[in-house]
Design a protein around this ligand. Structure first.
Ligand code: NAP
Length: 283
């Protein structure tokens, strides 16, 4: 399996550690990033880079995309020198970015027109699980393509779920990020309410984390709340995107609109490139 040559497009907060893990596991990985400087550390450690997505697909068997949003992924597929710019039948493309179920189905359709296999495989988990290879991978597509990709997913994540047809993996991702947003908003409101009434952030977070309301995300975000410092692990702009996609995909629950409005307001305040937990600053 390690003989498969892999291409990786998108060396951002998530793509960088994910591509590194594949290299560590012994795969030959060729990288491509729009901003070339992000390729430097890979090239310096012996990886090759491609001139364009089209070139990358030409020289690899399986190509991954880990990009900001629907527009970025479509641009990499359909742009001049994009993945579909030249007929290269038989290759497998796996999109791991979070996009709408509709975009995922569209990408699948245009890929199959070019005789390419396509899988959607968005991930749950942030930079730390990406570094540790413990992401949860939510897969939609054919079982045959999933089986081909499974050994690669086993390097990137602690488990991958094949959930059904294309679109179902993206829907699962939007659902879990809704719960993530609710957790973050709830934690921020709780800590600020307590602080206003004389309870320190340290004390309130200890109460949360020691009790039944504590969970992985409350523990993960505690130090940034205490230090009031929010360098992006999961950029706030990406959660705004995901909540918008969930609304567009039909999420019509009592809390989705206030939740979206709250994060969107934080985004409008200029907090989009900070971590999601910077919602604290806008409340
Ligand atoms: P990021 O750090 O913002 O990186 C985004 C990547 O997309 C960069 O490589 C960027 O290239 C590239 N890109 C953006 N627009 C492009 C375009 N038009 N053409 C080509 N490349 C383009 O994002 P991230 O945090 O790695 O997240 C990637 C995806 O995973 C997103 O869909 C996000 O929602 C999802 N996700 C993130 C997390 C997390 O905790 N961060 C967790 C789970 C899922 P440049 O370097 O040139 O800007």
């Amino acid at each position: 399996m390690n003989k498969l040559k892999l291409g990786w497009i998108g060396l951002g907060n998530m793509g960088n550690p994910m591509a590194k893990n594949l290299i560590k596991a012994g795969f030959e990985v060729v990288v491509f990033n729009r901003t070339k400087e992000k390729e430097t550390e890979f090239i310096e450690s012996g990886a090759k880079s491609a001139d364009s997505p089209q070139h990358l697909l030409e020289i690899c068997d399986v190509v991954f995309t880990m990009l900001s949003n629907d527009e970025a992924v479509k641009a990499v597929f359909e742009g001049e020198s994009g993945l579909l710019a030249k007929e290269q039948p038989g290759k497998l493309i796996i999109n791991m970015s979070t996009v709408s179920p509709d975009t995922s189905r569209y990408l699948s359709k245009i890929s199959s027109k070019h005789q390419l296999e396509f899988l959607e495989a968005p991930v749950s988990g942030s930079v730390k699980p990406a570094q540790d290879g413990t992401l949860i991978i939510l897969v939609g597509g054919t079982v045959e393509s999933y089986n081909k990709a499974k050994p690669i997913f086993d390097v990137l994540g602690k488990f991958s779920h094949h959930l059904g047809a294309i679109g179902v993996g993206s829907s699962a991702k939007l659902a879990i990020n809704y719960l993530l947003g609710l957790n973050l908003q709830g934690l921020a409101e709780t800590v600020l309410f307590a602080e206003k009434n004389g309870v320190s952030r340290e004390d309130m977070l200890a109460i949360v984390n020691e009790g039944a309301c504590g969970n992985g995300i409350t523990k993960l975000k505690s130090s940034s709340i205490i230090n009031n410092s929010f360098p992006a692990a999961f950029a706030l702009k990406h959660l705004v995107k995901d909540l918008r996609l969930a609304k567009e995909a039909g999420l019509d629950a009592p809390l989705i609109n206030p939740l979206f409005d709250s994060f969107n307001h934080a985004h409008d305040m200029g907090l989009g490139n900070e971590d999601v937990m910077a919602i604290m600053k806008s409340l």
